[in-house]
Ligand binder design. Structure first.
Ligand code: ADP
Ligand code: MG
Length: 332
């Protein structure tokens, strides 16, 4: 049976073993001391602020028992990277706290491979964590850097600003509906939607490029309407959004269920796209940025003065009721 320390050494401490991934990896910058001591020691670059965020994934709550460990490793880090993206910060370091029912080596091998592959892609150093026995629970703390004064806050949206959304909304929620057996996706549509749910792509590069352009930003983790509402509350402004302009996967028109579509697009969680606001004068720049990055950026509405209220208008100009976003503690 693997001991706690052997487990950490084998699967998470990269200097202690070598494989294809570690072999081509340079010494992480900004890390004076990584895994193995009582604390890690970091050297943030001068002039930079450190952005910190934590996200936890709990079995039975965020993912089903028996979920693919490689994808879980990916997602546990991806949802944290998404928070840095929404702040305009560049990823640097992460810690990983794991509660595991047992030291299942096949599981650990796949989980750490998924986690570390994404960490390599975004040059994140895993600098510590905690490992304990318990019901499966994965908690990541991510740290990034952003030039002092340039972080993207939720507060900052100004009346007249335009509202933008990256990528597409609703795909992850649709995949969840498929897995729950409430809708059946055609075979050709499945891989793309399921990967939206299980292997989200954090919009890190976009977040960094929006520094100095966007007036506010948030990532869509609980649903577009609810997450935009956070911007509105923090910025003390209202918003008008045109439902038809919200970007969504083409599969929704093949399914032809307007109510399902509305639920997924307006209130579906787990998309990890960025919603941001920017002055009209930056429109051309943002359009050019989307082209350069090969990422669709859709203009979906604008910020208004007044109550922190979101108005979603349908094609006939009538209000569309936005279903409630996900809330762990909301009464059913
Ligand atoms: P302590 O008892 O001082 O908390 P631990 O024995 O828990 O130290 O951890 C030993 C070292 O391994 C520490 O550097 C810690 O940050 C690291 N560590 C523990 N679990 C993990 C993990 N799942 N991933 C990465 N590093 C870990
Ligand atoms: Mg510990």
């Amino acid at each position: 049976m693997l001991s706690e320390f052997e487990l950490i050494r084998r699967y998470f401490e990269r200097s202690a073993h070598s494989n294809a991934l570690t072999a081509r990896r340079a010494e992480p910058s900004g890390v004076q001391l990584g895994i193995g001591d009582d604390c890690a020691l970091l050297d943030p670059a001068s002039g930079m602020q450190v952005a910190v965020s934590t996200d936890m994934l709990v079995e039975g709550r965020h993912f089903a028992a028996g979920a693919d460990p490689f994808k879980l490793g990916h997602k546990a880090l991806a949802v944290n990277l998404s928070d840095l993206a929404a702040m305009g910060a560049a990823p640097r370091w992460a810690t990983l706290a794991l509660a595991l029912p047992s030291a299942d080596e096949a599981w650990l091998e796949r989980f750490s491979a998924g986690f570390l592959a994404l960490a390599d892609r975004f040059e994140v150093a895993l600098i510590g964590g905690d490992t304990t026995r318990g019901p499966l629970n994965i908690c990541v703390t991510i740290m990034g850097e952003v030039p002092a004064g340039l972080a993207l806050y939720r507060a900052g949206a100004q009346p007249g600003d335009e509202i933008w959304v990256s990528g597409e909304l609703g795909g992850a929620a649709l995949a969840l509906q498929h897995e729950a057996g409430r809708v059946t996706l055609e075979e050709g549509d499945r891989p793309a939607m399921l990967s939206r749910l299980h292997e989200p792509e954090p919009r890190v590069a976009l977040g960094e490029r929006l520094r100095g352009i966007a007036t506010s930003a948030i990532d869509v983790s609980d649903g577009f309407a609810g997450d935009l509402a956070h911007i509105l509350e923090r910025s003390s402004v209202g918003a008008l959004v045109h439902y038809a302009e919200l970007p969504r996967p083409a599969v929704f028109s093949r399914i032809g269920d307007a109510e399902l579509e509305r639920g997924c697009v307006l209130a579906g969680g787990d998309d990890y796209e960025l919603v941001f606001t920017a002055p009209q004068a930056r429109r051309a720049e943002i359009e050019a940025l989307g082209k350069e990055m090969g990422l669709s950026l859709s203009r979906v509405g604008f910020v208004q003065s007044g109550d922190a209220r979101l108005m979603v208008l349908g094609t006939e100009g009538t209000p569309v009721a936005a279903p409630r976003s996900f809330d762990h503690f909301a009464e059913p």
